[in-house]
Design a protein around this ligand. Sequence first.
Ligand code: GLN
Length: 243
Amino acid sequence: MKNDLTISIAHLYPELLNLYGDLGNIITLTKRCEWRGIKVEFENIHVGDDIKSHDLYFIGGGQDKQQEEVAQELYSHKSELIAQRDDGAVFLGICGGYQLFGHYYQPHDKDKLKGISLMNAYTVAGKKRFIGNVTVKTDFLNPQTLVGFENHSGLTYLEDGTSPLGVSVVGNGNNGVDGFEGARFKNVFGTYLHGSLLPKNPHFADYLITLALEKRYGENIELAPLDDKFELDTHNSLINKAY
Ligand code: GLN
C-alpha cells in the first residue's frame, strides 16, 4: 500500500443529525484509516459553516424537527455538494440524512423539505413506523450482506439512474414494498441502517475508504488487511436476525 496517504472526512451537522449512535460511523472510518497509517483530516461542519472540499462526507439521522433545521442549511449548499459528487467525493447518509440526499422529504402534516438531489429519489412519510433489525443482500460487497437497525416512517422511492444498495432479506428497507434497501448514485450512498452501521460492516467501511482514496489520488489503492474477526463475528451473528 502507498505510504503517506491522507483522507479528508467531514461530518455534516453532527449536533443535529446523529441518532442512535450514528457517530460510530465516523469513529469506524477514522480508526480504520489510522490503523493503516492513513492520515485523517477531519472537520465537523455546523449550521452557518462553509462547506469545503472533502474526500468523504457523512450525515446521520434525526427526528423530523432536526431534519427541518438541517434541510434549509443543506439546500443552501446544494450546488457545491453536487459539484463535489461529480468530482467523485464519497457521501454516506443515514436515514434522515439519506432522505435529504434525494429531491425532497414530505413529512406528515408539514411543508415539504427540499433535498439536495444528490440522487434521483424522493421520500414521503408513511403511516407506519418501521422499527427492527435489517439484513441487506448486496451485489457489490464481500461478504455480500449489510446488517443494521431501522427506525423510520419515511418511505423512499428510487428513480431512474439510482440503484439500491441491495434487497432487504430481513426488515422493510426503503419503503416495505419494492424490497429494496438504501441507494447509490455515483459515490453517493444512502441507507436506513442505524446501529451504527459501519462498526458491524467493516467491509463496507473499507469500500467507502477505498473510493475516497481513489477520488483523492486518482488510482485504486488496495488497503492493508485488518484483523476483523470481532467485527465480522458480530456481523455474522446478526445476519437474518429479525429480533
Ligand atoms: N424523520 C425521518 C423518518 O422518521 C428519519 C428518522 C431517522 O433518521 N431515524 O423517516
